[in-house]
Design a protein around this ligand. Structure first.
Ligand code: AMP
Ligand code: GLY
Length: 431
């Protein structure tokens, strides 16, 4: 089977890598891709947001499966266009992708499905905003209603800053602050059957110690040694299956990847957000541990045949990914800087550590930065400690002027996992 992947970030690089390792896949194509994806897939300069152009490309290639990576093409209806031409497509319809595209819609679905989440108000006027901020108190959680690449959320003790962001958003969701460690749990679904993946943890803030502004994600690890072994079953029963059932009941079934961003609070699991696609950078560590060949599962989801799929198989190994971001990310990232040392990682660290490209492009013989998040350096190991060591060793070989990365990805979990396992809770692990 030939597969066409839409997008061009590290998540799509990870998807293309796993697909290219699947014996049932004869060729991987990607549009538009990036410099790293170009080494394992054929790239096509097609606009990812143009459903007609993506469909034409899939037809020309005779693709047996199209996988849509990012949220923007999903919300623009690219999966609808591909499916309308009779080509199996992994990714939800425009209507179902509103679960990510509108925070207010997601809250409505959760309320109808009885899914536990933060109490919230949708506000459009300064009066409503002040009332909501006052009702919840600090820390304030203020979310732009629309798509904002993970950057539309402000969590702050500063009332004036919360108010300013809320007013700038126009339509805004203001909600109760959720305390406790965060978990990202993905599920593959055909709109009816739900197949959970393995949980991961993302690091959203730009700087070590969870300081600095929110970003798209600066690193991730899996598994979570501190998490309750029942967590996946619980989230399946209370979050994932009810949400999929509710969207089917509404006549807009969700088929594709349902991403639940969760807070493990003292009062139980709560949904922080839904996304309608694989998370980035969590996908890099989740797919690093997946043993089941990926293409067949995604295709079965796309054609409504997940019912016969056995549970996914996972490696016992741990995986860690660390994002290398460009100068000034997330504010005004600088691009066009040459990246050196990639060959050295390939020669010395592969296959235990490898570089997945996010914002990169080829400029003659050099690879240069072309976005805010530039690389996602991923490693596997016997445990988190070893995976982390390998990831940071590989990062040490890479030179990108002005770049920054967090040095504490998976550190607490790696240091405390023995304590966390013994005590059986997240608080002991301090994550
Ligand atoms: P979101 O885009 O909704 O995932 O929000 C981005 C990040 O803001 C989350 O990963 C959390 O770290 C934080 N956040 C969002 N909502 C809440 C909340 N209700 N309580 C605490 N932190 C939150
Ligand atoms: N890592 C967070 C996201 O993909 O939205």
């Amino acid at each position: 089977m030939k597969v066409l992947v839409i997008g061009g970030g590290a998540r799509e690089h990870a998807l293309c890598r796993s697909l290219s390792l699947d014996p049932d896949v004869t060729a991987v194509h990607c549009a538009p891709g990036n410099a790293g994806i170009g080494e394992i897939a054929e790239l096509h300069p097609v606009d990812a947001l143009d459903g007609a152009a993506v469909t034409r490309l899939a037809q020309e290639l005779d693709a047996g499966l199209v996988v849509v990576g990012p949220e923007a093409p999903l919300v623009a209806g690219v999966a609808d266009a591909v499916r309308a031409a009779g080509i199996p497509c992994f990714g939800p319809s425009r209507e179902a992708a509103r679960l990510e595209g509108s925070k207010a819609f997601a809250k409505d679905v959760m309320a109808a499905a009885g899914v536990p989440t933060a109490r919230s108000y949708v506000c459009t006027t300064p009066e409503e905003i002040d009332e909501a901020l006052d009702a919840f108190g600090a820390p304030y959680v203020v979310k732009d209603d629309g798509l904002a690449a993970g950057k539309g959320v402000v969590v702050t003790h500063d009332l004036a800053a919360a108010r300013e962001h809320a007013i700038a958003c126009g339509r805004v969701v203001i909600e109760e602050y959720l305390d406790g460690p965060e978990v990202s749990l993905f599920a593959i679904t055909d709109g009816e059957t739900v197949l959970p993946l393995t949980p991961a943890q993302d690091f959203k803030r730009a700087l070590d110690g969870d300081e600095g502004p929110n970003t798209g994600g600066m690193g991730a690890y899996s598994p979570l040694p501190w998490a309750d072994p029942q967590l996946v079953d619980e989230v399946m029963a209370t979050v994932l299956q009810p949400t999929v059932d509710e969207l089917r009941r509404r006549g807009t079934p969700f088929s594709g990847l349902l991403y639940a961003g969760l807070a493990i609070t003292s009062r139980g699991v709560r949904v922080i957000e839904f996304n309608a696609r694989f998370g980035d950078p969590e996908t890099q560590v989740v797919l690093a541990r997946l043993l089941t060949p990926l293409a067949g599962v995604l295709r079965n989801a796309a054609v409504g045949a997940l019912g016969d799929e056995p549970p996914l198989r996972w490696s016992e190994e741990a995986a860690v990914t660390v994002v290398v971001a460009s100068h000034n990310y997330p504010d005004a990232p600088r691009t066009g800087d040459p990246i050196e040392g990639l060959d050295e990682v390939a020669a010395k660290d592969a296959p235990r550590a490898y570089v997945l490209h996010a914002g990169t492009r080829r400029d003659g013989d050099t690879v240069v930065s072309a976005g805010g998040r530039v690389l996602s350096v991923t490693a596997t190991g016997e445990d988190l400690r070893q995976a982390r060591e390998r990831a940071y060793e590989a990062i040490g070989r890479i030179r990108l002027d002005g770049s920054h990365h967090r040095t504490d990805i998976a550190r607490k979990a790696a240091e405390n996992s023995a304590v966390g396992e013994a005590a059986g809770d997240a608080q002991a692990a301090g994550v």
